[in-house]
Design a protein around this ligand. Sequence first.
Ligand code: FMN
Length: 401
Amino acid sequence: MRERLLSGGRFLFYDSHPLIDHFGASMKFPALSRPLQVGPYKLAHRVAMAPLTRMRAERESFAPRPLNAEYYGQRATKGGLIIAEASPVLSTGRGNPATPGIYSDAQVAGWRKVVDAVHAKGGIIFLQLWHVGRVSHSSFHGGALPVAPSAIPIKAEGMKAMTADGKVSDYETPRALGNAEVRGIVEAFRQAATNALAAGFDGVEIHGANGYLLEQFLQSHSNQRTDEYGGSIENRARLLLEVTQGAIDVWGANRVGVRLSPYGIANGSGEPDPMPLYTYVVKALDSLGLAYLHLIEPRSSGSGRAEVNWQNVPSAMVLFRPLYSGVLMTAGGFTGETANAAIADGHADLIAFGRIFISNPDLPRRLEQGYPITPYNRATFYGGEEKGYTDYPVYDELTSA
Ligand SMILES: Cc1cc2nc3c(=O)[nH]c(=O)nc-3n(C[C@H](O)[C@H](O)[C@H](O)COP(=O)(O)O)c2cc1C
């Protein structure tokens, strides 16, 4: 199969999945094929699509396009959960070109077509609600500085901001949000949740991970505020919990998820001692009766570029499973084999796949049947058109080629 793929010339193998050879032709993963109740939805399997920023929305209106609907429709399965890519809840929440928003009528109309394409195949689709905070650049905001909990720039070595025209630049020192503005962020998320409901989504996921605004508030190095949103763990967690409550007010708790990356290093994040902070947050979320809690494993960071080798740091699901009684989803470097084991061993209920869902539109079926996995091409992750987006074939097309 791999020879045919290569000689067919349809793919360039810039960046093979390191664990590709773990997939044997006859391997099946029964724990991944078990149904699961998530809020009001009965999932037919445990292979979820992770939220994946692809930067292919309309460049001016930031509305999803028919191409985006085609892409999500390709990845939908009956009773399969898709978490649609992070979508800014207002324009100051932007930090990348061509990411779809959820704050205008045109964006809601564009998302409606995406949702329809997924529903046509019996799929379930949540939208991830996003504010990038300081992971941005003034070129996105008419020259105004990006906003953050405190005026502290990202200092991580070698990290650069993306500009509105897709170039790179040093990170600027962001402007600290005023107290009333923080309350405005809560309202923006609530409005975005309302917009997602109008677009026909099945639920929303709050993006509290990967170094973006809500995580900037959670973590002590980026939040040095002295009001009720800074200082103690309770205060630093306040914004995430208020935003989550706002989404619950719109959707009901059982159609709201929250994503966290407790040991992540993406976008300059990293709490010096994550356990006290995340123990508090996970317990607080547990009491809300959410659709799910979604973790990112410490071994992978952000877009998966850095494979994080934390020493003496056990996996997020192993650490937090005992603290969370609801549905626990996790992501980060899983293969069919390791995902199946995580569920069979009771560490997680649901596994979200990112990079290999990009290159395998029929991933749930490939895992169920033990078919080979097509490697992804990192060069086409962000921006562009069909190439590396809607042109990855399903397994049947490969075998009949
Ligand atoms: C191209 C790309 C875009 C991503 N965009 C998002 C995003 O919008 N929101 C998010 O929470 N994580 C995002 N991630 C992280 C993934 O959801 C996932 O956690 C990560 O890729 C690890 O899973 P994997 O090893 O299965 O790829 C992105 C990752 C990639 C590769």
